[in-house]
Design a protein around this ligand. Structure first.
Ligand SMILES: Nc1nc2c(c(=O)[nH]1)N(C=O)[C@@H](CNc1ccc(C(=O)N[C@@H](CCC(=O)O)C(=O)O)cc1)CN2
Ligand SMILES: Nc1ncnc2c1ncn2[C@@H]1O[C@H](COP(=O)(O)OP(=O)(O)OP(=O)(O)O)[C@@H](O)[C@H]1O
Length: 199
């Protein structure tokens, strides 16, 4: 049994390693990955007409899915929303967002919609720093924000974790507070929570 200090130290070390590896991806490869992941998302994300799709404003070398999200939302009559840290160690708030909306800097300098129109998205794309296939577990930046958000939103959005093949870990040492993703998407795989144990 791994103790509390161990899983935190393990995740800190793995985050550093995975974020460093992600930073080395060149522009051409990033463009290729962005296109492949857009096709994967088209197949994996359940359309919810009339509802909001949660995306993210890319930071720290995350794949930029804004163009994909705009096209997907337009095609399926969905609106878009971005996550906002309103308070440290609290759930995220999702604010309605459309391309061109006024933005402001939030925590960690992340750009967020300046106008506070709070929505509950039907589907949320959660960027992964790392993942564990069996259990569809997500490793993020270590704030616990998506875990808290998924635990608190009603109805609970469908959570789609988006990451790269190279970000796979044999285990993230899942903890009681971790909330599994409903679907995990990488450039070569699509795992749903129900299937992930069989792979
Ligand atoms: N693009 C994007 N936006 C997002 C998220 C995300 O994963 N990606 N989030 C998903 O949750 C939330 C932001 N979560 C974050 C959590 C921690 C850190 C971070 O760098 N923390 C530093 C400093 C900690 C501190 O100041 O105490 C660190 O951990 O070293 C950044 C963002 C909301 N917006
Ligand atoms: N629902 C919750 N209630 C209270 N604390 C929580 C909750 N979810 C997570 N935490 C705390 O948040 C901290 C970070 O958790 P973890 O390492 O799982 O973050 P993460 O999922 O990688 O981060 P993020 O979602 O912000 O990218 C942990 O110390 C954990 O105890």
């Amino acid at each position: 049994m791994i103790d509390a200090v161990d899983w935190k130290a393990f995740r800190r070390a793995e985050r550093d390693r995975l974020l460093a590896a992600r930073r080395t991806i060149g522009a051409a490869e990033r463009e290729r990955l962005t296109a492949v992941l857009a096709r994967q998302l088209d197949a994996a994300v359940p359309p919810q007409p009339g509802r909001a799709l949660g995306l993210y404003w890319p930071i720290k070398g995350e794949i930029d899915i804004r163009a994909w999200a705009e096209a997907f939302a337009a095609r399926h009559a969905m609106t878009l929303a971005l996550p906002v840290v309103v308070e440290k160690a609290a759930p995220l708030e999702f604010r309605a967002w459309a391309p061109g909306d006024a933005m402001e800097r939030g925590f960690w300098n992340i750009l967020v919609p300046a106008v506070r129109t709070v929505v509950v998205p039907a589907v949320v794309i959660a960027p992964l720093v790392g993942f564990q296939a069996a259990g569809t577990w997500r490793l993020g930046y270590g704030g616990g924000y998506f875990d808290r958000t998924l635990a608190s939103l009603a109805p609970r959005p469908c959570a789609v974790g988006l990451g790269l093949d190279d970000a796979e870990l044999a285990t993230i040492h899942p903890q009681p507070h971790d909330v599994p993703m409903d679907v995990l998407v990488t450039e070569s795989r699509m795992l749903s929570a129900a299937q992930s144990f069989s792979r």
